[in-house]
Design a protein around this ligand. Sequence first.
Ligand SMILES: NC(=O)c1ccc[n+]([C@@H]2O[C@H](COP(=O)([O-])OP(=O)(O)OC[C@H]3O[C@@H](n4cnc5c(N)ncnc54)[C@H](O)[C@@H]3O)[C@@H](O)[C@H]2O)c1
Length: 333
Amino acid sequence: MNIAIIGYGYWGPNLLRNFMSIPGATVKYVVDSRTERLDIVSRNFPSVKTTTSFDDVINDEDVKAVVIATPVFTHFELAKKALNAGKHCLVEKPLTADSAQAQELVDLAEKKEKVLMIDHTYLYTPAVKKMKSLLQEGSLGTLKYFDSTRINLGLFQPDINVLWDLAAHDISILSHIIEETPKTVQAVGISHTTNGLENIAYLTIKYDSGVIGHFNCSWSSPVKIRHILIGGDKKMVFFDDLEPTEKIKIYDTGYSVKTDEDKRLVMVDYRVGDIFIPKLDKTEALYSMAQDFVDCASNGKRPVSDAQMGLNVVNILSASQRSIKEGGREIIL
Ligand SMILES: NC(=O)c1ccc[n+]([C@@H]2O[C@H](COP(=O)([O-])OP(=O)(O)OC[C@H]3O[C@@H](n4cnc5c(N)ncnc54)[C@H](O)[C@@H]3O)[C@@H](O)[C@H]2O)c1
């Protein structure tokens, strides 16, 4: 299957490297509006054609799929054009910067019977796969909370705030493992620049089942932290993505709550047990993601990170933006 990669900035090179090694896929074009980026492609990958014109790809019937790795505000127009030209589409996260546009792309892909997939890379990490299987097999018990911290001295994005940039990862992970639509979204944040885009923000999501998710995101931290804690009523998991090998620790820790009706007291029994570190497979998540796209586009399957996942994430991010602008009001979805 011939594919084209659109956008060769920071993330595009990672996509090109992985797609070049997927059996059954050939990267025919890399497109970028900056010729200096295309020169790098030509020097390192002489078999790949380069062009500044997206229309070259659209008009080439041999190209069956496009991979869009340009800034978020460009995703909608590029993906719409590609789907209308009958090409499968992999779009970088987040799908769009607007719920109505995301819904339009989901509907268009369905109408054209093409795969629309979003690169929520984390869903393909061995760590997230493990967390999902632990929940599914019941060894964590019932999920109670999800708590993530994703902070560093990050690149201030010119078109999106810190939640659209960083929380997009954690929202996709929570949506993937919980498989439930949230009830409410509430967020606060602050912009320390003149463009009004928040560089620090805190988001809370609540579900009908009683699960609470909290997301702490910042581009203004002197230390880099990539932590997720998920708590079940049997066991809890700590995921540290910066740990080279021991990324996940499973704590046999929990508590049970009893109420003494006579004394009107809530009593909590604590249990602190062993910590288990599972061995995880070493496959690069981006390779698994690229493989899923090629497989689904070639065989008409539904990807793990499908269009609906992309839409759900955009809906939560849009609601979080409204909440921030309305002083932290709880938005009912
Ligand atoms: N999955 C992940 O973990 C991950 C990580 C980083 C970035 N991303 C996503 O990847 C996307 C790109 O991010 P980035 O950091 O690489 O941005 P970037 O600005 O570094 O690169 C974007 C490139 O696209 C080119 N471009 C812009 N508009 C174009 C157009 N209309 N046609 C052709 N080329 C065009 C630019 O010249 C630039 O080289 C974003 O959606 C971002 O959220 C995902």
